[in-house]
Design a protein around this ligand. Structure first.
Ligand SMILES: Nc1ncnc2c1ncn2[C@@H]1O[C@H](COP(=O)(O)OP(=O)(O)OP(=O)(O)O)[C@@H](O)[C@H]1O
Length: 494
């Protein structure tokens, strides 16, 4: 029954025994559940209010000639040992009760069964409508809506992180996408560069979005595979999604932070990111993702969304690969080991301080940089040739789930957040810097040897053979390199 305010009212019983009675009221933002003492009489207990903002979806089921209304909620709940409330799944089921009971022949029974299912469907549709109305009314950053109809491709790297991505898909993500009513197709990667080759030749018009359940390495492959297509200008506008299934999960942790959600880790982060992703897919929300074009000395051009690191941070990233079985803690362990045998790296650094940058600028050329064999253009700042402990260019807030390096960064700010630490820094001071990175504290003033600037382009020239260089956590040749940010060049579901 619908009242004058468009609220839906109905009487249901519990799904298991059919002996407990409930009055349900569906408003624009709440599903109110009132336990009744006896049908259809009064209530004595306080009603339970289920927030539709926490609801992913709803569906109708039949069981033993009855119809069930199911709704899937992910409210924040306190949990033993967790630092704060975390999203936890709660499935609610109610059995439909028809006003006219008493069926004594088969024909009536079938009719009653059909009527119950129709009633459950009516509630399902109303819940879904209210959910999508609710997400659309929120102030979510959006470039332009995706078409939603074809479904999403979910790429899973079974080897990422501790090798648990497939299990995470089976236990969490498949169920969440189904609950949200998002059609999806699973593609399991079989080897390195499989995803890159796949998106290079895929018919992208089949998909509303390509979702990556893995670490940042697989998304790096996808972005660069899209950029290798003849139709790259169109292809790179394919909405991409990321879910944390690797060991670093920097982009997933960054997007989660930008959403304003409280920090969580591990499977709690996956649940929260899965929830946010499904909601964004339901409301067709995509946002810009900065891409940084990186030119290596070999002439190769890569597209990065996360970081360019040289020295300490790159060494830790690559050296800690051997500890990948312990997950994100590998970076903390690697940091402590590298601190114990601190090295310095001779090199030159120059950058173009941040100015105005336009969204969706032309990716065809890097117009802000000069060829590598020429001096940097006028207007650039040249740092004196020196020994560095690290150079780290951040394009997102997080370097991994545990390293919240650049709290001011955003996915489409058009900025390179450039940090460098000069030689001479004490181990204690460096440890303070890494402690600050873990907590997401502002690094300005954390140590006199640490400098932070916002840039649009940079050139980095290692003058020593020690020290590794990484782009988005992937090792590249440690030689002269240039980078220019292209604001919101790709699109991310968020
Ligand atoms: N089936 C596979 N077998 C082996 N390697 C794979 C397979 N599929 C993808 N890869 C490669 O594994 C590498 C690491 O993957 P990914 O980044 O997803 O996980 P990770 O390294 O654990 O996470 P993070 O990058 O967040 O630290 C990628 O470079 C990718 O090319």
């Amino acid at each position: 029954m619908e009242d004058r305010n468009g609220r839906l009212h109905g009487v249901f019983t519990d799904a298991e025994t059919g002996k407990l009675w409930f009055a349900l009221t569906l408003s624009e933002s709440l599903l109110t559940v009132q336990k009744l003492d006896s049908p259809p009489a009064s209530s004595s207990s306080a009603p339970e209010q289920l927030d539709l903002a926490d609801c992913l979806g709803s569906r109708a089921l039949t069981r033993d000639r009855d119809a069930l209304l199911c709704a899937y909620f992910y409210p924040h709940r306190r949990r033993w040992m967790a630092s704060g409330p975390v999203r936890q799944r709660e499935e609610r089921q109610f059995r439909v009760v028809l006003k006219t009971a008493g069926n004594d022949n088969n024909g009536d029974e079938e009719e009653a069964e059909g009527a119950k299912l129709l009633e459950a469907d009516r509630w399902v549709r109303a819940i879904r409508n209210n959910i999508s109305r609710l997400v659309k009314s929120q102030d979510v950053p959006s470039l332009s809506p995706t078409r939603r109809s074809c479904g999403v491709m979910v790429l899973v790297n079974p080897q990422s992180g501790r090798g648990q991505a497939m299990a995470l898909y089976n236990t969490h993500i498949q169920r969440m996408l189904t609950e949200a009513g998002v059609p999806h197709t699973l593609v399991v990667t079989e080897r390195q560069n499989h995803a890159r080759e796949l998106v290079r030749s895929a018919d992208l018009s089949q998909w509303d979005a390509v979702i990556i359940l893995s670490g940042d390495g697989l998304l790096f492959e996808v972005v660069n595979g899209l950029m290798e297509r003849p139709d790259w200008e169109q292809a790179i506008r394919t909405p991409l999604g990321i879910l944390p299934g690797g060991s670093g999960n920097a982009l997933a942790a960054s997007l989660h932070f930008y959403s304003g959600a409280s920090p969580v880790w591990g499977e709690d982060l996956l649940t929260s990111c899965g929830f946010l992703l499904c909601k964004a897919l339901l409301s067709c929300q995509v946002s810009g993702l900065d891409l940084v074009s990186i030119r290596l000395s070999s002439g190769a051009r890569l597209f990065s969304f996360l970081s360019l690191a040289w020295g300490f941070v790159a060494d830790v990233d690559i050296e800690s690969e051997q500890f990948r079985q312990i997950g994100a803690i590998r970076f903390i362990l690697g940091t402590l080991l590298r601190l114990a045998s601190l090295r310095v790296y001779r090199g030159r650094l120059a950058y173009l301080p941040a100015g105005d940058s336009e969204k969706g600028d032309d990716l065809t050329t890097d117009h802000l940089v000069a060829p590598l064999d020429e001096p940097v253009p006028q207007g650039w700042t040249c740092v004196d040739e020196q020994e560095f402990v690290l150079v780290l260019a951040m394009f997102q807030s997080h370097l991994s789930e545990d390293f919240h390096v650049s709290p001011d960064a955003r996915n489409d700010d058009g900025l390179i957040h450039l940090y460098y630490v000069s030689a001479g820094v004490s181990r204690a001071a460096l440890l303070r810097v890494f402690r600050a990175m873990q907590t997401g504290s502002n690094l300005h003033g954390a140590c006199t040897h640490l400098k932070y600037v916002r840039a649009q382009a940079l050139r980095l020239e290692p003058l020593c053979t020690d020290g590794m260089m990484t782009v988005d956590g992937e090792r590249v040749e440690s030689a002269v390199v240039q980078a220019q940010v292209h604001r919101a060049a790709a699109r991310i579901v968020r």
